[in-house]
Design a protein around this ligand. Structure first.
Ligand SMILES: Nc1ncnc2c1ncn2[C@@H]1O[C@H](COP(=O)(O)OP(=O)(O)OP(=O)(O)O)[C@@H](O)[C@H]1O
Ligand SMILES: [Mg+2]
Length: 346
């Protein structure tokens, strides 16, 4: 079981106090799953902020809590076994955790939309893509399209915007008639149909080949500027972060262990876990230079073998005695750079 954490006033007061350009401020968020094996602390005190107009990359190894964080923001955690047990998610000044089901439904798919990893399984196979986009528009955008015909016209516009050729014909296609990349474009069209303030994209390009991945990332970037949407981009690929994000949050065992501007984290990663992730990025020419690909030793711990102290200590090449017993507080070396590691605490 994880040890009780020290209250980190410094973190709360400095690092994530609300600022004027904040779109989303998450504070001390705990989402737990109550399983027969014990309580899985999928989110264990997450602090995070997303500025208006930026793309924030959320990275970390499998199982560190990225999807649970995305689903928690949308209040889509299935209860049971899951529950948000503590914390706040302030979006445009409102705590989403204080809203009732009807109020959160107005925000979901409207002010905050989500695209998932597997476009094929996210689209309904028995309806045409036009009908599916029109449904979203009619549900949330009655003021812009009140009849099915108007919604279909808007759907054609949206498909054009996401770069699908012959959109007037394509709206009559079913998902199985489209390629994976085209389906993901349709998902993006649906996610943006309501001009959301925030789009959460959970590994949107993982299932695609690299060329299509680059196209989809470019498309998201262009549309973000056009529609003025902020993006929370969940990925395990630091290359994608370098290409698409302005800020990055690194997650490990349900917590943000480092948060920084992208240029800062690539120039000078601080947390030993972030350094490990950086070293694991394959580089062309590394083999000729005699360098091997690094992997972080060991595996992400499970609820059964969660270490005491810092949850990364038994994989950490820079471990110190205190790391084995005490959970680390946060350190803020400069504005917009936060790291949760004993090495940086005076
Ligand atoms: N329904 C559930 N019941 C029990 N545990 C769950 C459930 N959903 C998620 N978890 C646990 O929560 C933790 C975080 O999972 P999550 O899916 O958020 O990881 P992730 O970072 O998105 O990983 P990946 O990169 O593989 O998508 C994991 O330990 C997972 O086993
Ligand atoms: Mg996931």
């Amino acid at each position: 079981m994880a040890t009780e954490k020290p209250v980190t006033e410094q973190y709360q007061a400095d690092a994530f106090s609300r600022r004027k350009d904040d779109l989303l401020v998450i504070h001390d968020l705990h989402t737990h799953f109550f399983t027969p094996d014990g309580v899985v602390r999928a989110l264990d005190g997450v602090d995070l902020r997303l500025k208006k107009g930026t793309t924030l990359g959320l990275v970390g190894e499998s199982g560190c809590g990225k999807t649970v964080l995305a689903l928690s923001i949308l209040r889509l955690i299935q209860d049971p076994p899951g529950r948000i047990v503590k914390g706040s998610i302030i979006f445009e000044g409102t705590d989403l955790l204080g809203l009732d089901e009807q109020e959160i439904r107005k925000i979901r798919g409207n002010k905050i939309s989500m695209i998932f990893q597997e476009p094929m399984t996210s689209l309904n196979p028995v309806f045409t893509i036009g009908a599916q986009i029109a449904e979203v528009i009619l549900l949330h955008q009655r003021h812009r399209a009140s009849t099915k015909g108007q919604a279909m016209d808007m759907a054609v516009e949206m498909l054009k915007m996401v770069g699908i050729s012959s959109p007037a014909r394509r709206i009559n296609d079913y998902p199985h008639q489209l390629s994976g990349g085209m389906c993901q474009r349709v998902m993006i069209a649906m996610a943006l149909a309501c001009r959301p303030s925030l789009m959460i994209a959970d590994e949107p390009t993982t299932a695609l080949d690299v060329t299509t991945q680059a196209q989809i990332l470019c498309l998201m970037k262009d549309l973000k500027d056009e529609i003025d949407t902020s993006i929370l981009l969940v990925t395990h690929d630091l290359g994608v972060v370098a290409q698409s994000c302005q800020e990055v949050a690194v997650m490990y065992t349900g917590n943000v262990v480092e948060y920084a501007l992208v240029e800062d984290i690539f120039a000078l990663p601080l947390h030993p876990y972030t350094k490990g992730l950086m070293r694991a990025i394959p580089r062309i020419g590394a083999r000729q230079e005699g360098k091997t690909l690094h992997a972080i030793a060991g595996n992400v711990p499970t609820v059964r073998d969660m270490p005491k102290g810092c949850t990364f200590h038994n994989r950490c090449p820079e471990v110190m005695d205190i790391c084995r017993t005490e959970y680390p507080p946060v350190f803020r070396p400069k504005a917009d750079h936060v790291v949760r590691c004993w090495r940086y605490v005076n």
